[in-house]
Design a protein around this ligand. Structure first.
Ligand code: 8YV
Length: 326
């Protein structure tokens, strides 16, 4: 019997062709509805591998149900949807998709910052709604980006690549990270500062830190109050790193000037979400890595990792470093 792989969201056939040649592959077939927990549990019971993504939590129950489960490949660099400790306990390899999405996610983060600063979404809507009645000197006047200070919270690979983009705009670059990155300081001229200093000094605060127990709720009302009133906050990591109510209050009451948000506390959000009622919010639906080329590369990397583990080899991008091949 061929090993069985279950894919929790609909992917293009060409992305999984290599798996279909060697394995029995089944895929959730609804575009807009995530797989139910019951179905996932049922699939996990017989699967040798799961290819999953952030819409589908792979918790301890799912992992424990997997009697022959060997690998969970996540279509993302972040893996907060997976109980990695439980996977390790069960000897299940957890894989993610770093590197292949770095440039694309940095591009989007930078674009989101620029869109929020120059009010691009508001501007596009104004025309579409037929509200452009005449030229006026301060029509949708935004904020300059060049020569301003960008503060990057979380100097991983994406942070570093955003910082590189910022050099092209002659920005002053501050960063805060668990550890100093001397190579980034030397190569890009980024300056390491404390979290408090970054918050107080930056014109653009860019959140790129992964969601962990330490970073959950990192951006509180108190933190927003310490930012410049002209500051723009950009979140391209995970929603729960921010206290969303605090962000709303900060934006509504003028603690900060605006926000660019690719991620939210509970996704997807609907049009009735309070943040969407604010003109100074530029919101997009978690599309950081969503270019055709990069999403294909992410899918291929997931497929490759699954194939490696099921062939008794180590995957290319392993999350749980304590995993041992059996
Ligand atoms: C993914 C992301 O698009 O990689 C991540 O961690 O947030 C995005 O690149 C998203 O997680 C889809 O699974």
């Amino acid at each position: 019997m061929k090993p069985y792989i279950f894919i929790t969201r609909k992917l293009p056939e060409e992305a999984i062709e290599v798996l279909k040649e060697k394995y029995e592959v089944a895929m959730w077939d609804k575009e807009d509805i995530p797989v139910s927990k019951e179905r996932l549990l049922e699939e996990a019971r017989r699967a040798d591998a799961l290819l999953t993504m952030l819409s589908d939590p792979i918790d301890e129950t799912i992992l424990n149900a997997g009697r022959s489960l060997k690998v969970v490949a996540n279509l993302a660099v972040g893996y907060d949807n997976i109980d990695v400790a439980a996977a390790s306990k069960k000897g299940v390899a957890v894989c993610n998709t770093p590197d292949v999405l770095t440039d694309t996610t940095a591009d989007l983060t930078f674009a989101l910052m620029m869109a929020a600063a120059r009010r691009l979404v508001e501007a596009a809507e104004l025309i579409k709604e037929d509200k452009w009645k005449s030229w006026s000197p301060l029509l949708l006047a935004g904020q300059d980006i060049h020569h301003k200070t960008i503060g990057i919270v979380g100097m991983g690979k994406i942070g570093e690549t955003v910082a590189k983009r910022a050099t092209g705009f002659d920005m002053n670059i501050l960063y805060h990270n668990r550890s100093r990155k001397m190579e980034v300081e030397e190569a890009i001229g980024a300056q390491y500062v404390s979290f408090d200093e970054l918050v107080a000094e930056s014109d653009f605060i860019i959140c790129l830190t992964p969601l962990t127990n330490e970073t959950e709720g990192l951006f509180t009302r108190d933190v927003f109050r310490k930012m410049k009133k002209t500051a723009i906050f950009v979140n391209a990591s995970r929603g729960p790193v921010v206290d969303e109510q605090a962000l709303y209050d900060a934006l509504a009451e003028g603690d900060i000037a605006g926000a660019g948000l690719d991620v939210f506390d509970k996704e997807p959000i609907s049009a009735s979400h309070p943040l969407l009622k604010l003109n100074n919010v530029t919101a997009i639906p978690h599309i950081g890595s969503s270019s055709v080329e990069t999403r294909m590369a992410m899918m291929e990397l997931c497929a490759e990792n699954i194939d490696l583990v099921l062939s008794g080899q180590a995957p290319k991008t392993l999350v749980n470093k304590d995993w041992k091949k059996s």
